[in-house]
Design a protein around this ligand. Sequence first.
Ligand code: FE2
Ligand code: FE2
Length: 294
Amino acid sequence: MSGFRVRQFSDTHFTGSGVAPYGGMGPDPDLVFDAVLAQLDERPGVDLTVVTGDLADHGEPGEYRHVAGQLGRLDGEVHVLAGNHDRRIHLGASPLADGEGGADRIRMPDSAEVGGWLFAYADSNGDGDDVDDDRGNDGKGVLADADAEVDRLDRLLGGAADQPAFLWVHHPPCELGGFSLPEYVAQVEALVGRHPNVRGIGCGHAHTDVVRPVGGVPVHLCPSMTLSIDLDAGTTMPPGFREYRFGDDGTVDSVVVHVDDERWAERRPLPQVVLDWMAGLVDTEELRAHFGHH
Ligand SMILES: [Fe+2]
Ligand SMILES: [Fe+2]
């Protein structure tokens, strides 16, 4: 079967410190990534890997050197974008952005032409979580510098109206309980309404594996390299990733692949504070305090 093949990782939350994210509740991403790489040996190669944000857990410079080393273990080209745990001041100065340190294959582009498709990489960190100071983000997303980013995407997608396009972004721009802001959903719904060449969206942030629509377009969510959740069951689920096939005919297929390892096979009930946050009953400050976030 023809088509362009992409593997998506998201929310790698690498620390390089041996300290597992989420107060130790999440699996150590370094151990998970080792297991993923071993599992990839048995899977067919892909043409491109896309990593949709929360690359590092705290956005520290040393973490990005570690992320670059880890992603450098992958074959082929890797495109990354920033999530709310990332801090652009450090990410932008890292080997991930400038291609130094033997990481030439890893880039952070605004867009790419791949296999007849236009890939548009959008910045959903509009509430200011990418600066090197107090992060004040409520964990939800909105298009960054809203008018400028919307205009850029309009020009990009409008300039390729006869070509299938796919949008990659960190935050899920679809209805998802406590995970999405209505104004962000409205921004993206309007965007895909103006650009019928957008055939789908790939994102992360919610650390889960569902596909939900926005404006009639499927939004593919990707599990994390650490704590991942089954929204319906209210439990954890094994870490994982997605694999996509972008057809010459403008169709997109994707599947979720969970890491096959008994260390993370158990599905544990989520703490009540997480369920309450997902239902909008407690705010993010309370959630962060619970897990020791700064
Ligand atoms: Fe994340
Ligand atoms: Fe996130």
